[in-house]
Design a protein around this ligand. Structure first.
Ligand SMILES: [Fe+2]
Ligand SMILES: [Fe+2]
Length: 241
């Protein structure tokens, strides 16, 4: 890779930056905002009323509230650089930028695995911005990442509970892992993506798509095995490899 850009940019500096920087910054903020608000649109309607206990219901509501707050924080940054992302609030799920957000979640098993696998990808995406050239984005990371850790941990705990029951419950949760795992890997994008190189050039991301995906698999695969489940074949059901 060429020499990456290492300056720290504030919102007032953005208009003075080359067009490519502005386009990539607006793009990454719009995608992040879409993913943040995409989560609650997947599960609140059917999962919230059917939570197995009051504590679970409270946690679903808190998770959705935190995602809405993440959206608000990212939307403010986008607005400061002239990118209006308010239409994302009412965008139909099928038009979401990332495939994992395009359907609906109607089972508690799916909600658990979504936290375990997909919120974890969300954390990886946020971690791309640690040390990034856009200072306002870096400043919002600690609180947002901390809340994502809570979503991931809850999803992990619930997924492990289903697996520990054995029998049909374990088979069912394995099927749900099999369905979400390729979507999680796809979220990292194509290996060798030129845009990913340009994000790195401008200091907006730290890792290549392939590096981040490999780190993710190194983290999550042992967790799946520790539940007595099987890690899905990473080449099956993939769209972006
Ligand atoms: Fe979030
Ligand atoms: Fe989350």
């Amino acid at each position: 890779m060429d020499t990456p850009f290492t300056d720290k940019i504030e919102s007032a500096d953005v208009a003075k930056m080359p067009a490519e920087y502005q386009v990539l910054l607006k793009r990454v903020l719009a995608i992040q905002a879409d993913c943040e608000i995409g989560g609650p649109h997947l599960y609140v309607r059917s999962i919230l009323p059917d939570a197995p206990t009051k504590v679970d219901r409270l946690i679903v509501a808190r998770t959705a509230a935190e995602e809405a707050d993440h959206y608000r924080k990212v939307a403010r940054l986008a607005g400061e650089v002239g990118e209006d992302v308010s239409a994302l609030l009412s965008r139909p799920n099928r038009e979401r930028y990332v495939n994992a957000f395009r359907g609906t979640i109607t089972s508690w098993e799916d909600f658990a695995v979504f936290g375990f696998l997909i919120d974890r990808v969300g954390r990886y995406q946020l971690e791309e911005f640690i040390g990034c050239s856009y200072a306002p984005l870096e400043r919002l990371l600690p609180d947002v990442i901390n809340e994502e850790l809570g979503h991931i941990d809850y999803g992990h705990t619930k997924t492990a509970e289903f697996a520990a029951r054995g029998g049909r419950d374990k088979e069912r949760i394995q099927g749900v892992i099999d369905a979400w795992y390729p979507k999680a890997l796809d979220m990292f994008g194509n290996t060798g993506s030129r845009r990913s190189e340009r994000y790195r050039h401008w200091g907006l991301k730290r890792r290549t798509n392939a590096q981040a995906r490999e780190e993710y698999m190194r983290e999550v695969d042992p967790l799946i095995r520790a539940m007595g489940l099987t890690v899905p074949d990473p080449t099956v059901g993939r769209e972006f490899v």
